[in-house]
Design a protein around this ligand. Structure first.
Ligand code: SF4
Ligand code: SF4
Length: 440
């Protein structure tokens, strides 16, 4: 039985152009990759290589330095620079640039592959840290810390395959094509964390992937339960997926651990099992390249650090100028203005929208007090009150609206008939609260 979460919206899914496209290697391969030192929410990593060094595929090229995550060469070749490059999270970040020699010569000093029985929580955490695995569903949370915090404190492990953003099908393909590895990874996590139930959650529009996983699950006799739910955005957000599976509500300002749950993104689970059972570091990921402006939308298996330009070359380029280009889906994605921006560990999609596809620029006409933004907000917030208090510079009122709970899902902006950019207003209101005042 599944439960329901409050609010949400039903945007058109627009996945038809890629859901049947298998994950394909890049051809042409990137001539160079730029691997940013910033791929983890904890901060920058420190380079281990310098210009002129030769590197092999999978070789460590940056280490954790307080914060940050280890990074590994995603191609073999020569380091040409350590310099600032555009970053998909915004602005620029230092990156290690490697000219690809096209040989894919592997780094031989990989850790010894382990069997399930050999893996303890300590060993798992160590492997995940060495392999540089961060949350691949967005945000780049350090997974070794998440494992550490969750061990012995959870009864439910949720594998998040609910790809609820429109256009994105990378996780769908990963589940369909590599489901047996994901099941194995889920069982490993479940055992190490001491969870009594493990649930893999997908949406109803991935029936072929669900059937394939269900078949493997029955053959393996494993303990992972499948849960298929109706598509509603933002089902894939942590708090909403927990409520859907368990009926438990994460308290405001709290974490999933407060309700004995932990959630891992599907791609992250794939990377974890790869690190443990095959000794591989995180060097590649699945990326959907799509949108009406793209000539041949596809799903690709991409070396980290590949430019958006190279992704588009692999899809026949643009058939018409893109009016808006985003990494991530159209609801929560980040606008990109440079094709030199590289794919990082949490980049699941490049979507290039035509003028007709993108939502019209939100001009912010007059609120008609319909209440739709309040009904759609999955975090029980009142975006229209935030907008009002922001306009009136009423800090005292803003402080009572619990805006720190906003997950920037964009449901309020999406639903507003007056086309008020509410998600931006809420963000501005939060910034005003943090600053303790308004910008003049
Ligand atoms: S963006 Fe924030 S305020 Fe708007 S619906 Fe989502 S959680 Fe609510
Ligand atoms: S959805 Fe838009 S028009 Fe309706 S109450 Fe909210 S802000 Fe006002």
């Amino acid at each position: 039985m599944t439960h329901s979460f409050f609010g949400g919206v039903y945007p058109a899914t627009r996945k038809a152009s890629t859901r049947r496209k298998p994950l394909a290697p890049l051809s042409p391969a990137p001539e160079e990759v730029a691997i940013p030192l910033l791929m983890c929410a904890d901060g920058l990593s420190a380079p281990l290589v310098k210009p002129g060094d030769r590197v092999l595929l999978g070789q460590p090229i940056a280490r954790r330095a307080g914060g940050g995550a280890a990074a590994h060469a995603s191609v073999s070749g020569r380091v040409t620079a350590v310099e600032n490059c555009p970053h998909p999270w915004g602005g620029v970040s230092p990156a290690i640039v490697i000219r690809n020699d096209g040989r894919e010569a592997p780094w031989e000093e990989i850790p010894q592959p382990l069997t399930t029985r050999e893996v303890s929580l300590t060993l798992l955490t160590q492997r995940v840290e060495e392999a540089g695995i961060v949350g691949m569903g967005g945000g780049g949370a350090p997974i070794w810390e998440k494992l550490d915090q969750a061990a012995g404190r959870v009864d439910t492990l949720i594998i998040n395959a609910a790809e609820c953003q429109p256009y994105v099908t990378a996780d769908h393909r990963l589940l369909l094509e590599r489901g047996k590895y994901i099941l194995r990874g889920a069982e490993l996590l479940s055992r190490c964390l001491g969870a009594s139930r493990t649930v893999l959650v997908t949406e109803g529009d991935k029936l072929n992937a669900v059937e394939s996983v269900e078949h493997r699950r029955l053959v393996r006799g494993g303990t992972v339960r499948l849960c298929t739910v109706r598509t509603r955005y933002p089902l894939g957000a942590e708090k909403q997926i927990i409520q859907t599976v368990t009926g438990r509500e994460v308290p405001p300002g709290g974490s999933p651990l407060d309700v004995k749950c932990v959630v891992f993104n599907l791609a992250t689970v794939y990377a974890i099992q790869d690190a443990v059972f095959r000794g591989r570091s995180l060097t590649h990921r699945a990326v959907t390249v799509t949108g009406g402006a793209v000539s041949r939308p596809r799903n690709l298996w991409v070396p980290i650090g590949t430019s958006l330009r190279c992704l588009l070359e692999n899809c026949g380029g643009l058939r018409e100028p893109a009016d808006l280009m985003l990494t991530g889906g159209p609801m929560m994605g980040i606008p990109q203005d440079s094709l030199d921006t590289p794919v990082i560990k949490d980049t699941n999609c490049l979507v290039c929208l035509t003028n007709l596809e993108r939502r019209p620029e939100q001009s912010g006409s007059v609120c008609i007090r319909c209440g739709k933004c309040v009904a759609a907000c999955p975090m029980h917030l009142a975006p229209t009150f935030a907008r009002q208090a922001l306009e009136q510079h009423d800090l005292a009122r803003l402080s009572k609206l619990h805006l720190e709970d906003c997950i920037s899902c964009g449901c309020c902006s999406y639903i507003c008939p007056a086309q008020i950019p509410l998600v931006d207003r809420v963000r501005q209101a939060r910034q005003a609260l943090e600053r303790g005042g308004f910008e003049i």
